[in-house]
Write a protein that binds this ligand. Structure first.
Ligand SMILES: O=C(O)CCC(=O)C(=O)O
Ligand SMILES: [Fe+2]
Length: 332
């Protein structure tokens, strides 16, 4: 199709060079990710307390949970889904050269330009866009307006969860509101085209998210897996739910009470898959410092963290992440 990125031809030599001993995808069992009903947050004190406790426990035991009754209106998902279709059905050449709407062409990504092995290749394409409402205000009903409306309702949800987690950690409840704004967070529209070698290539390679937290909407195809101890477990899509996961910044802020857990996406031979991730991020100069002592990670600014990630991806071929910021062992 003229809208598909040329993954097969670009990575032909890697695909042809593979042998079956490289198969990485064994059967993985589906897990019962904690499913949290957020309607209880507006109920009585006891129900609210219980709900908040479940959120904190899931953030520390799983680093992942799903939410229902999250307040994002159902029709927003349908509308953003059609925007997503429209964005990815542009001819590949326009996606690369012009981007989508007035988001820069930089916002479009596909494959992995520095992949030297199949383990570093993600069989997917994405628009990584800033959620800042750009002047002039988007007119109602336009694609841009749909994106901004979606981002604003998911951002509201992220802030609500942020307040609960901040309170649990003993931070100011308004911490996330103070350091994150609509211009510092991101929305990532993902598309996973059908893949000829789904047992050897991942839709998205294993990674943790460089954010405080991520709110993910996935379609019904499935394929998301997360690390639980030594195993990978598959997350079954639940209609109308959203997946929430803790990112690196919250792991550092909480001194590893909350965990930024590795996750990945399986490729699929027959069908394409779509997902949408909202990343709650602070401004570049925000310093992330653990609320508890002794800290596992040294303080770092978000800008510094992002630079380190970009450097590592360029030079090592992958994101090293938080382990770059471990407090150096003391010499006695
Ligand atoms: O597509 C998915 O289910 C996960 C996407 C993801 O992990 C990401 O965009 O960071
Ligand atoms: Fe992710």
């Amino acid at each position: 199709m003229d809208f598909d990125p040329p993954l097969a031809s670009t990575y032909r030599s890697l695909l042809e060079g593979m042998d079956s001993s490289e198969d990485h995808v064994a059967e993985v069992e589906e897990c019962e990710l904690p499913l949290i009903d957020l309607a209880r947050l507006s109920g009585g004190a006891a129900a609210r307390e219980r709900c908040m406790r479940e959120i904190a426990v899931a953030s520390s035991e799983w680093g992942f949970f799903q939410v229902v009754n999250h307040g994002v209106p159902a029709e927003r998902f349908d509308r953003i889904r059609s925007v997503q279709l429209e964005a990815f059905r542009q001819p590949f050449e326009s996606k690369v050269n012009e981007g989508f709407l007035d988001y820069s062409s930089e916002s479009y990504r596909w494959g992995n330009p520095s992949a030297t092995s199949l383990q570093q290749l993600s069989w997917s394409e994405a628009y990584h866009i800033s959620t800042i409402p750009s002047p002039p205000p988007a007119s109602p009903g336009t694609l841009r307006c749909t994106i901004e409306e979606y981002a604003s309702s998911v951002s509201e949800l992220a802030q609500k969860l942020g307040e609960i987690l901040a309170e649990h950690l003993g931070c100011r409840r308004s911490y996330f509101e103070e350091v994150c704004s609509s211009s510092t967070s991101y929305l990532r529209l993902n598309r996973y085209p059908p893949c000829p070698a789904p047992s050897r290539v991942l839709g998205m390679i294993a990674h943790t998210d460089s954010a405080f937290l991520t709110i993910l909407h996935q379609d019904k195809v499935g394929g998301l897996q997360l690390r639980k101890g030594e195993r990978w477990v598959a997350v079954k899509p639940i209609p109308h739910s959203l997946v929430v996961n803790i990112g690196d910044l919250l792991e550092a802020l909480s001194n590893v009470e909350f965990r930024s857990v590795e996750h990945r996406v399986m490729a699929n031979r027959e069908v394409e898959r779509f997902s949408m991730a909202f990343f709650l991020c602070p401004s570049h100069d925000t310093v992330i410092e653990s609320v508890r002592k002794p800290s596992v990670y040294r303080p770092f600014s978000f800008g510094e963290f992002q630079h380190q990630v970009q450097d590592d991806v360029r030079t090592e071929g992958y994101k090293v992440g938080l382990s770059r910021f471990l407090v150096a062992p003391r010499c006695t």
